[in-house]
Ligand binder design. Structure first.
Ligand SMILES: *Cc1c(COP(=O)(O)O)cnc(C)c1O
Length: 420
């Protein structure tokens, strides 16, 4: 880490990797297999970070390794179309009904940035709406009340973002229907798009209140604003067609990332055909990328999505995650510590608070992050690697076994007993 700090800011290439909120040094990872990772000193940990979401099949899944190997042997990039890109696009469109056309990019940040440019181009409006504590990548106008690493480090909205850019971004608290209707009643016609994590993962896990996403769909449609579901985290994780399938909401545009690259750099945005047809070269909204649709990333993504499409995968995830949720709740009760376990499918967060539901970013901020820190460290000592921040969701993969979950619950019991 000392060497890393000398040549890389903070020693890390993405701030969430630093252990700033939990203390100590980040683990340097040497290898990973299935649900386990090994640090450079050879210590093994049961992994609940999963590269922050992509590794839903577990690490180094044989089908993904094989696909990526085969692809790189045929050349790592051509800057010309390949059949694999078409297959991946077809697969995404088949699974996610709202997506009629899709453009591949290289990260979730790029997907969100491009989707917003497209929404502005389509509507001819500048103003966008985001929700407090949601993270949509690090584009200038999206670093306003952002969750994830920005929240973890307690940063104000980032320096380097001109006020002129940020002024086009409106924010609302998540899950507040009243404020939502009020804003759209007064300024709806100015708003190009609302971008939202339908299930928030970047303030810790927060589920949408019943009817909230429906209300958002309704007011955006009434105002001629586009609804963008940022499913970079939830896409292909919460079900075959992501959060929109789970809640039965049809957004105009959707952004993807993480899982669709199977651990390789990849993002995508897609949606209604009339909107997507505005993208160059079909239309005038410009967006491009030298490595977009990279053949190795496409191969890894395809292998991942094909494996996820097997019958029973999401049921399996639901089963082990329910076991984990129940166990953690029991562990909290046994240790006489108040808190709440919030979960959607294979994403969850244990919040330390008075036991009431965490409904928005303000609630997440009020949690006891010192207790989280103690819990994180005690879990790490027991070989359980959690996201190093109370503002993040933990991820379970198909490689986690019932024994792994039992071991995690035992570790949590011991860790929670050690807090206070
Ligand atoms: C991770 C994430 C992003 C950003 O994706 P990158 O690939 O890190 O640029 C955007 N939106 C959400 C919801 C995310 O979880």
């Amino acid at each position: 880490m000392k060497r890393a700090r000398l040549v890389i800011p903070g020693g890390v290439n993405s701030p969430v990797r630093a252990f700033r909120a939990v203390g100590g040094q980040p683990l340097f990872i040497a290898k990973a297999q299935g649900a386990n990772i090994w640090d450079a000193d050879g210590n093994r940990y049961l992994d609940y970070v999963g590269s922050w979401g992509p590794m839903i099949l577990g690490h180094a899944h044989p089908a993904v390794v094989e696909a990526a190997k085969n692809a790189i042997e045929r050349g790592s990039s051509f800057g010309a179309p390949t059949e694999g890109e078409v297959r991946l696009a077809e697969l995404i469109c088949r699974r996610v009904a709202s997506v009629k056309k899709v453009r591949l990019v290289s990260s979730g940040t790029e997907a969100c940035m491009s989707a917003i440019r497209l929404a502005r181009g389509f509507t001819g409006r500048d103003t966008i709406l985001k929700f407090e504590g949601c993270y949509h990548g690090h584009a200038d106008y999206l670093l306003v009340k952002a969750g994830s690493g920005v929240a973890t480090l307690g940063l104000p909205d980032s320096p380097g973002v001109p006020a002129d850019f940020a002024k086009h971004t409106l924010t609302l608290p998540f899950n507040d229907v009243g404020k939502l209707r009020e804003l759209f009643a007064t300024r709806g016609k100015e708003i190009a798009c609302a971008i939202i994590e339908p299930v928030v993962g970047n303030s810790g896990l927060i589920n949408p209140a019943p009817g909230y996403l429906e209300a958002l769909r309704e007011v955006t449609a009434e105002s001629g604003s586009l609804l963008i579901f940022d499913e970079v985290m939830t896409g292909f994780r919460l079900g075959v067609s992501g959060a929109q399938g789970l809640f039965g909401i049809t957004p105009d545009l959707t952004t993807f990332g993480k899982i669709i690259g199977g651990g390789m750099p990849m993002g995508a945005y897609g949606g209604r055909e009339d909107i997507m047809n505005l993208i160059a070269p079909e239309g005038p909204v410009y967006q491009a990328g030298t490595l977009s649709g990279n053949p190795c990333a496409v191969a890894a993504g395809l292998a991942t999505l094909e494996n996820l499409g097997a019958p029973g995968t999401y049921e399996q995830l639901e089963g082990i995650c329910q076991q984990l949720e129940d166990g953690l709740k029991r562990a909290l009760r046994d240790a006489n510590i108040t808190g709440v376990v919030q979960r959607c499918g294979s994403m969850y967060t244990l919040f330390f608070n008075d036991g009431s539901a965490v409904k928005n970013f303000e609630d997440a901020k009020k949690c006891d992050h010192e207790k989280f820190k103690a819990y994180f460290r005690l879990m790490l000592e027991r070989g359980i690697y959690l996201p190093p921040s109370g503002y993040e969701a933990a991820f379970v993969s198909l490689a986690h076994t019932r024994d792994d979950i039992d071991r995690t619950i035992e570790a949590a019991k011991a860790a929670l007993a050690g807090i206070k």
